[in-house]
Design a protein around this ligand. Structure first.
Ligand SMILES: [Fe+2]
Length: 252
């Protein structure tokens, strides 16, 4: 069998890359080391998504954008070709609806369309109502790494299918596909892929070590599981469409 032709640019919509804002890198040099690693891996564009979980982490969109601009300047100075976009990793514990109504929800690339929404243990049933209330506001949650929640696949995935019907997207973590979060998470990730319930694969990077900004190990596994065209959709085409705020994800 001929080796697959690998696409060579990937887009990461979930990375804790900004220095000192959350439990990601603590200073600029650690941020830059992560960015260098991402670029060497083939990542060309990345959303900087610090945790948003009041009262612990509650950076306003303006603050996040300022931090992104500062890191982008440092990247230019260092000659590191990585394009950054603002975003946040919004916990379900935040007052998502209130923030959305006030126009203070940190959305990806500030597009006012997609935002990362991290479900919490015990909160899955409440997500459908939230997604329905957000829809008229033009907001589409991206449900982050459901495969990492032990309760998520128990009793099937109808709760997640219902969310997708309400306009939500689903993002799994790259390391889940390579076993970094254990066998059950890996099995759930593969199950979701087989059901067509995954739209984005992202690093959720926190450091150069234990949670690195790498997508290429997952790309190998994705090519085996869904073929090269499928892998490209999940690692490049759809992440880019999301950062551009496109309403529809083209299938090729
Ligand atoms: Fe995250």
């Amino acid at each position: 069998m001929a080796p697959a032709r690998e696409f060579n640019a990937m887009v990461d919509v979930h990375a804790h890359i900004l220095p000192g804002l959350d439990d990601g890198p603590s200073d600029l040099s650690a941020s830059l080391a992560m960015c260098r690693l991402a670029v060497a891996d083939g990542i060309t564009q990345m959303a900087a998504t610090p945790h948003f979980c009041p009262p612990f982490y509650r950076h306003a969109p303006r603050e996040i954008s300022r931090a992104v601009a500062a890191l982008a300047q440092a990247l230019a100075r260092e000659g590191i070709p990585l394009r950054l976009y603002p975003g946040a990793d919004v916990s379900q514990r935040a007052d998502v609806l209130g923030l959305a109504r006030q126009g203070r929800l940190p959305t990806l690339a500030g597009q006012g369309r997609y935002f990362l929404l991290e479900p919490v243990q015990g909160g899955l049933r409440a997500l459908a109502g939230l997604a329905s209330e957000l829809r008229p506001l033009g907001l589409r949650p991206i449900i982050t790494h459901p495969e990492r929640l032990a309760e998520a696949g128990r009793g099937g995935w109808s709760w997640l299918e219902g969310l997708v019907e309400r306009g939500c997207l689903v993002q799994i973590t790259a390391m889940s596909l390579t076993g970094g979060f254990g066998a059950p998470a890996q099995e759930r990730a593969e199950d979701l892929l087989a059901r067509g319930l995954v739209h984005l694969v992202a690093s959720d990077a926190h450091s150069t070590g234990r949670r690195p900004p790498l997508l290429s190990p997952a790309r190998e596994r994705l090519i085996e599981l869904v073929g090269e065209a499928g892998a490209e959709r999940l690692l490049r085409t759809w992440p880019l469409a999301v950062l551009e705020g496109k309403d529809h994800l083209a299938s090729n």
